[in-house]
Design a protein around this ligand. Sequence first.
Ligand SMILES: NC(=O)c1ccc[n+]([C@@H]2O[C@H](COP(=O)([O-])OP(=O)(O)OC[C@H]3O[C@@H](n4cnc5c(N)ncnc54)[C@H](OP(=O)(O)O)[C@@H]3O)[C@@H](O)[C@H]2O)c1
Length: 325
Amino acid sequence: MTVIEIAAPGGPEQLRTAVRPVPKPAENEVLVRVEAAGVNRPDVMQRQGRYPPPAGASDLPGMEIAGEIVQLGAKVSGVSVGNKVTALLPGGGYAGYAIVAAPLAMPIPQGLSMVEAAAIPETFLTVWTNLFERGRCKAGDVVLIHGGTSGIGTTAIQLAKAWGASVYATAGSEKKARACEALGAVRGIDYKTEDFVEVIRAATKGYGVDITLDMVAGTYVQRNLDIAAVEGRVVTISLLGGSRAEINVGMILVKRLTLTGSTLRSRTVAQKAAVADAVRENVWPLIESGEVRPVIFKTFPLAEASEAHRLMESSDHIGKIVLTV
Ligand SMILES: NC(=O)c1ccc[n+]([C@@H]2O[C@H](COP(=O)([O-])OP(=O)(O)OC[C@H]3O[C@@H](n4cnc5c(N)ncnc54)[C@H](OP(=O)(O)O)[C@@H]3O)[C@@H](O)[C@H]2O)c1
């Protein structure tokens, strides 16, 4: 099968086409013929040598795919050869075939193309487990999403809005701020020209935000505390702006704040399956009704994975980048 390998840690040019044997599924796994593979920022970090795959995972990049099951492991039940699925995997998605833990192969929501389906697992499961499970998002909450036009951000804005939250989102240009509003944010904030703390404080008449979903950290951490409402939750999912921060810890006490965060990739199959089940139950109906959709910015053929990574690193995209196989 054709795969995209990381030849050595480095730039996008290190993504190279290669030929490898089709892998064999273990007893609780299925083999999927990949039709589309989502590109995520952690793939870029893996290529740079900053985010190694967990032990036992494929060394190939790619954490979400859509395709058709072509082989079942000996102990797999509940899915069949020929099923079209979208799946979360710890690696190995940039390939003609991929191994998937059976509980993480989900039926494709009705009405979605393979490209749209491939854009769902990593992003929707991450948003669900962080914004809803850890952040306890509910109707009426004021929510702040940093990186509003990222794959994660475009999903989080739509889901929070669908839940009845009032959403603010930051992004790196005026155009992106307006794109956040088109997705359902009450106000997109161009962080290059506006201070999100000041904008939200004025817009909420001093109330602040109940939940912040933060992929930046660094200097944002104190500002997230500044704009948090009493009993607010700050959920960190990445460290794009740096892993160290100096903060006024007193604010946590005075406002009774919760600072939390998580990563998805390192969890066990059972833990991921629990998140996948919750997403299927709570989010699939919203996707099938059209209330929430993955936002596809651009597709590239698998062989042009390096171009896909260049686009992602430019941060010019709004929504998801997907490889077609
Ligand atoms: N915790 C988890 O389980 C988990 C799972 C998946 C992804 N993630 C993280 O979530 C984030 C979004 O992932 P994604 O795949 O949706 O990525 P993406 O589409 O590439 O979006 C990342 C966005 O972050 C913004 N950004 C802000 N500060 C940045 C900085 N210092 N450097 C680069 N970009 C910066 C950029 O938008 P602007 O130009 O508008 O600033 C960029 O478009 C990533 O950091 C990823 O590692 C975490």
